[in-house]
Design a protein around this ligand. Structure first.
Ligand code: PLP
Length: 486
């Protein structure tokens, strides 16, 4: 067995990187490159210390590190050797080619279906990007206090159950029953990682490929995409000014599911009156289909209290209620909830356990205290005033700058405003792109249609904007609309 001379090692004694670390790094490179052959014995640490003019401590630290990483091995009494078996990460990669992957099994039918979509990941957040609450007005101090309170509770580092943290389900049931008119018990609530996960669970548990789903048109794309991805057929619901037009519900239907946003139609903003809600519930009962009631931003009605949720209007309601903390708190939290009829709870909780397991426990504990101690209600009250002022400002800016080009659909609620183009031929996708190049977010109204586009314009989220951004944004929009190529 041969030994090796390590005197060529280059060490920078002026560097902030400790000498033991420099030694570890260089020796590991020498092992991987073969400069130190497998099986070769290193000089004794005393000799190395002398040759390299380093302390034995430094040498021993580096050798211990290299041994732990698998580059060196030691044999009692005979010294330290270069390992004959490189660590896995340094072994040469298997020869594989992209071409070769084509011969592997194809995606599932579901995967193939998704592969065909022209998918673009969210490109970040600009002023007016719809769906973002006022993140600068979030009560970070209170949040930090609650986080600190819970962060060293060992029990929250483990598993507590897929249905969700019990105290949160209890506090949420109390809030929903008293403030949103639901009739639910904590054991009907499932804490999800956002409303979108709730929709995905509904899709998996209630639909088979080919099933029919009734969906608002224009309507929420996130729901429509989840339904179509599983192979369901979407049948558009005819809309009136207050949301879906109950007088136009089909006399016959084989649909299994109806998706609706009755308290603030997404995106057009209609508010379905109580009598229409009752009619819809009776109709669903007659035709035996489930209703998904998406109550995504009902907390933000500015001049009147929001109408009670449909879920609470019937004794044995066929409603699956979908809620989210994305608008009331923050979308980055990734927490939402489902309220499901009791006979469905077990299947939903099992599916959640397979798909993603539990929702983050620490955040659940913080939200639970946030509700219980009254911070949630206070925060909602503040945000309602905040959004009301912004909504009023938007109305006056539109009046000032967009007269004759775009008309705001003026429901006094929510976090976004629909600007409907007076020109039915407007290329709202191009307008959205130009607006985005100028630094502002939006969604083209045409995106919300699956079939024939009946209205064009832009959806603007105003909740996460400041006064200057609103002024600049609407003036920029007016400038873009004055050009003739849209
Ligand atoms: C109508 C509607 N429903 C559901 C969601 C999904 O919310 P979450 O962030 O909780 O998945 C959104 C998000 O913007 C929405 O606009």
């Amino acid at each position: 067995m041969s030994t090796v001379n390590l005197q060529d090692l280059v060490l920078d004694r002026a560097s902030a990187i400790p000498l033991s670390q420099q030694l570890t790094l260089q020796l590991s490179h020498w092992v991987v490159s073969g400069r130190l052959a497998p099986g070769i014995r290193l000089p004794a640490s005393r000799v190395l210390a002398q040759d390299l003019k380093l302390s034995r401590n430094t040498i021993n630290t580096a050798i211990d590190q290299l041994r732990a990483q698998g580059y060196l091995t030691s044999q009692a009494g005979s010294g330290v050797f270069v390992s004959t078996d490189l660590p896995q990460k340094d072994k040469p990669l298997l020869k594989a080619s992209i071409q070769g992957l084509k011969e592997y099994p194809p995606l599932s039918d579901y995967g193939e279906q998704l592969q065909k979509n022209d998918f673009k990941e969210r490109s970040g957040q600009l002023p007016f990007t719809p769906g973002v609450p006022d993140l600068s007005a979030f009560p970070y101090k209170i949040w930090q206090t609650l986080m600190r309170r819970h962060s060293d509770r060992a029990i929250l580092g483990g598993y507590q159950g897929n249905q969700g943290y019990k105290p949160l389900r209890e506090n949420l049931a109390h809030y929903l029953n008293s403030s949103r008119g639901l009739r639910c018990t904590p054991d009907q609530i499932i804490i999800t990682q956002g409303a979108q996960q709730g929709l995905a669970l509904c899709t998996q548990l209630l639909l088979n490929p080919g099933d029919h789903v009734l969906h608002e048109e224009p309507g929420y794309m996130g729901a429509r995409k989840a339904f179509t991805a599983i192979g369901a057929n979407i049948k558009p619901l005819i809309m009136g000014t207050d949301g879906l037009d109950v007088s136009q519900l089909p006399l016959k239907t084989s649909a299994k599911l109806l998706y609706t946003t009755p308290t603030h139609q997404y995106p057009m903003g209609g508010i379905l009156p109580t009598s229409d809600r009752l009619q819809l519930l009776n109709w669903a009962d007659k035709h035996r289909l489930w209703i998904i009631e998406d109550d995504y931003d009902s907390e933000f009605h500015f001049y009147t209290n929001p109408i009670a949720a449909m879920q609470g209007m019937a004794e044995l309601s066929p409603v699956i209620y979908l809620g989210s903390f994305s608008k009331t708190l923050q979308p980055g939290l990734r927490l939402g909830y489902l309220v499901v009829p009791k006979p469905l709870v077990s299947a939903f909780v099992q599916a959640k356990s397979f798909i993603c397991g539990e929702s983050p426990l620490l955040s659940q504990a913080v939200v639970s205290d946030f509700i219980e101690e009254g911070h949630f209600i206070r925060h909602l009250r503040r945000m309602r005033l905040n959004y009301q002022k912004k909504w009023e400002h938007m109305q006056s800016l539109c009046e000032q700058h967009l007269q004759g080009t775009m008309t705001p659909i003026a429901q006094s609620a929510g976090m976004h405003l629909v600007l409907q183009s007076n020109n039915p031929q407007l290329d709202d996708v191009r307008l959205h792109q130009r607006f985005s190049q100028a630094g502002f977010g939006s969604s083209p109204l045409s995106y919300y249609y699956q079939g024939e586009v009946k209205k064009r314009g832009l959806v603007l989220g105003f909740s996460n904007t400041n006064e200057q951004e609103r002024e600049q944004g609407i003036q920029t929009l007016a400038g873009l609309l004055s050009r003739s190529d849209l």
